[in-house]
Design a binder for this molecule. Structure first.
Ligand code: GDP
Ligand code: MG
Ligand code: K
Length: 296
C-alpha cells in the first residue's frame, strides 16, 4: 500500500517567469494573479493540489531581485525564508530568455539552502524544440538541480508529469487542507489582487507596482447581491488622474472587469464601488505595510 505524501513546494524565479500561470494551470482556476508586468505577486499565495495519495502546498514567492525600497527588502526576505521551510523549491525560468544576473542572484540564494531544487524551464512553446536540449546543457553548468523539467505552463505541456515528480520528493505526511481548499488566503485578499491586476493591465509604466488596493467593506445584501467597496492607493495626484481616466472611463473599465472576476470568485452578483486615494510614499511606511499584512 502506498503512503500518503504531502509537503510544501516554493515557486521561485524572476518576475514573469510564469509562476502564477503555472499555479492557475494546476488549479484550473484563476487564483494567483497574472500580469505581463513584473512583481504582481507580492504575497505568498498558497495553492493546494490534492490527489488520492497526497497533497502539494504551493507557496508562490515574490520574484527575488535586488531591493530598491523597503517593500522590496521585505519581498526578498519572504522569498528566501520560504525556501528553507519547504520540501522542494521550483526555480522557474523563461527558457526563451538568456541567463542573466537575475538568475545568478537566485542561484546564489539557492546554494544557501539544503532544499532540493527543480529547474523548471518554462515557455518551451516559445523556442524551437532543438534549443531545449541546448538550454538544459547550459543550465547544468550553472547549478545542481534535483530535476530539470521543460514545460509550458500556458499550453499545459508537461505539467502533469511535473506534478507526479513533485509528489515523489515529498515526505510521508498528513493531508494539511481539506480537498476543496485551493488557497488559504481570505477572499478579501484575492478580490484586492483582482482589482490590482486590472489597474496594471490598463496602464503602463506610469502606474508602478507601488499601488495598493484595500478592500474597505464587503456586505451581503438581500437578493444574493454582494456589495464591495475598495480603495486604490497611489502615490501621486497624477497617478490618480490616470486611473480615473477621462470622465471616469478608466476606473469604470477597471471596475467592470474586476467585478466579473469577483462574481466568479463569490458566485453571487456583485456591486463594486471603487475609490482612488493618494498617499505619498506609502511603500516606505512600515506601519502602512503592517496594516496591509506585508510585514511579519
Ligand atoms: P510570474 O511573474 O512568474 O507569476 O509570471 P506570470 O505567470 O504572471 O506570467 C508572465 C507572463 O508570461 C504572462 O503574460 C503569461 O501569460 C506568460 N506565460 C507564462 N507561462 C507561459 C508559457 O508557458 N508560454 C508562454 N508563451 N507564455 C507564458
Ligand atoms: Mg506571479
Ligand atoms: K499587464
Amino acid at each position: 500500500m502506498s503512503e500518503y505524501r504531502s509537503g510544501f513546494a516554493a515557486l521561485i524565479g524572476r518576475p514573469n517567469a510564469g509562476k502564477s500561470t503555472f499555479l492557475n494551470q494546476v488549479l484550473g482556476q484563476k487564483i494567483a494573479i497574472m500580469s505581463d508586468k513584473p512583481q504582481t505577486t507580492r504575497n505568498k499565495i498558497q495553492a493546494v493540489h490534492t490527489q488520492t495519495d497526497g497533497q502539494i502546498i504551493f507557496v508562490d514567492t515574490p520574484g527575488v531581485h535586488k531591493p530598491k525600497h523597503q517593500l522590496g527588502e521585505y519581498m526578498v526576505k519572504t522569498a528566501l525564508d520560504s525556501l528553507s521551510e519547504v520540501d522542494l523549491a521550483l526555480f522557474f525560468i523563461d527558457v526563451s530568455e538568456p541567463f542573466g544576473r537575475g538568475e545568478q542572484f537566485i542561484l546564489d540564494a539557492l546554494q544557501a539552502v539544503k532544499t532540493p531544487v527543480f529547474l523548471i524551464m518554462n515557455k518551451i512553446d516559445k523556442i524551437h524544440p532543438d534549443r531545449i536540449l541546448e538550454r538544459i546543457e547550459e543550465y547544468r553548468h550553472y547549478g545542481t538541480f534535483a530535476e530539470i523539467f521543460p514545460i509550458s505552463a500556458l499550453r499545459d505541456q508537461n505539467v502533469e508529469p511535473l506534478l507526479e515528480h513533485i509528489y515523489k520528493y515529498l515526505p510521508e505526511g498528513p493531508q494539511y487542507y481539506p480537498e476543496e481548499q485551493i488557497t488559504d488566503h481570505p477572499e478579501r485578499f484575492i478580490m484586492a489582487e483582482f482589482i490590482r491586476e486590472k489597474v496594471l493591465g490598463h496602464t503602463h509604466d506610469e502606474i508602478p507596482h507601488s499601488i495598493a488596493v484595500i478592500i474597505d467593506e464587503v456586505l451581503e445584501r438581500e437578493n444574493q447581491k454582494t456589495y464591495v467597496q475598495a480603495t486604490i492607493v497611489v502615490e501621486r495626484q497624477s497617478q490618480k488622474g490616470i486611473i480615473i481616466g477621462r470622465n471616469g472611463s478608466m476606473l469604470k473599465a477597471i471596475g467592470q472587469e474586476a467585478r466579473k472576476d469577483i462574481h466568479a470568485l463569490l458566485g453571487t452578483d456583485v456591486y463594486l464601488e471603487l475609490w482612488v486615494k493618494v498617499q505619498k510614499d506609502w511603500r516606505n511606511k512600515s506601519h502602512f505595510l503592517h496594516e496591509q499584512g506585508y510585514s511579519d
